[in-house]
Design a protein around this ligand. Structure first.
Ligand SMILES: [Zn+2]
Length: 397
């Protein structure tokens, strides 16, 4: 919510008045001279919304505040011109409301539009989040990254490299919302107080690397030609896209990185665009992959987690380039999720392979859940519970 600065107000005072950590308020008002607040200017207070309230017979500002666990000044701040001694029945006032429930509606067919809508809602309530467009998909959809925290440890997570693994986006978004709720309400997640994570980690999330592919699986072919026709051709005439992993051009985005790409090119069966496994004509041809490569180079992540489905396994090595600390981290992931840590698989040209080879830092591929992709939403709650430990451990380990 927004408040209008009065004479004598400070961010510290707002922090006390609303019970929101001072740093979160500071980070919600970037570019502002916080030492000298300008009277009359508008400031963001994260973790709150407002609602209109109609005065009833017998209401007083003091009683309305007390019932909601606010100091009366919270109401005076939001209702500047109010005459507290002369409230009129039916008069409308603004009441601050602490956000204590998720706004992300994750347990559904989570397409690109759902993502955009939920990110907008989160940025509105939690302006200390930072959002950036890391590039555009083939069809021109913006691929968003959100960052949260101000710590030195840079942790990155991404979902939906593969189209029919879109449930990973939903799971990540639910976690993001839980984390934000936990920070603003100072409530633990699974008994863990996460406020220190905010100061120790900067978490980068790209929830949906492959928006065109996800929408193809969930909503069918796009309106745009030539893609509307070519996806059906690539899919051998079928309008059922549930097995589709690739981007809209039929290139498998997790086979596109220049880490022994030639081996994958040679041995993968498809020699032209396909619903899955086609590594492209060259490495790094697809805009979604280029966006992820650029972002990773720019940010200098200390560790990355790429979320896929399925198999209840965590891959953590690549040709001996993985650092020693990867082992301790993956053991904690395995402990908290019940998944199996697997060091090597016979695979190249994936995001985590490239990251480990390039940076010699910990990189992981999480294979969430078990069954046939796309995993059904009936697995959502179970997958979320298994992933939650991994999300948290990625920051405290
Ligand atoms: Zn995958």
């Amino acid at each position: 919510m927004k408040v209008t600065v009065r004479v004598g107000d400070t961010l510290w005072y707002y922090s006390q008045l609303f019970g929101i950590p001072l740093q979160l308020i500071k980070d919600s008002n970037r570019g502002l001279n916080v030492q000298q607040l300008e009277v009359g200017s508008q400031l963001n207070v994260p973790g709150f919304t407002t609602k209109a309230y109609k005065i009833k017979d017998g209401d007083t500002i003091w009683q309305l505040a007390k019932e909601r666990n606010f100091l009366p000044d919270a109401l005076f701040l939001l209702n500047e011109d109010i005459d507290a001694e002369n409230l009129k029945i039916g008069q409308e006032i603004t009441i601050p409301t602490r956000v204590v429930r998720p706004v992300v509606d994750a347990k559904k067919n989570y397409d690109y539009q759902s993502l955009v809508k939920d990110l907008k809602a989160l940025l509105d309530i939690y302006p200390f989040l930072r959002e950036k467009n890391i590039g555009d998909s083939v069809l021109g959809s913006r691929i968003p990254e959100v960052r949260i925290g101000r710590g030195r440890k840079k942790v990155h997570m991404n979902g939906s490299f593969h189209a029919n693994e879109w449930i990973t986006t939903a799971v990540i978004m639910k976690f993001l919302n839980e984390y934000l709720l936990s920070l603003t309400n100072m409530k633990p997640i699974r008994g863990l107080y996460v406020d220190s994570f905010y100061y120790e980690c900067t978490l980068s999330i790209v929830p949906m690397v492959n928006p065109d592919g996800v929408d193809l699986v969930l909503n069918g072919p796009p309106k745009e030609e030539p893609y509307q026709s070519t996806v059906v051709e690539i899919n051998q005439g079928s309008l059922d896209f549930k097995d589709w992993k690739a981007n809209i051009r039929g290139v498998d985005l997790n086979n596109q990185f220049p880490t022994k790409w030639e081996i994958e090119k040679e041995r993968k069966e498809p020699k032209s665009p396909a619903p899955r496994d086609y590594p492209g004509d060259e490495p790094l041809t697809e805009p979604e992959v280029i966006a992820m490569e650029d972002l990773t180079k720019k940010r200098g992540f200390d560790r990355v987690l790429a979320f896929h489905t399925q198999g209840k396994e965590i891959y953590w090595g690549y040709e001996g380039a993985e650092p020693i600390e990867s082992q301790a981290i993956v053991n904690e992931f395995a402990r908290t999720s019940g998944y199996k840590a697997v060091r090597y698989v016979d695979s190249h040209a994936g995001y985590k392979d490239w990251f480990i080879q390039e940076y010699k830092r910990p990189g992981f591929t999480m294979e969430l859940g078990e069954g046939v992709n796309p995993l059904p939403l009936t697995q959502f709650d179970e997958i979320y519970q298994q992933s939650l430990g991994i999300f948290l451990a990625s920051m405290y380990m």
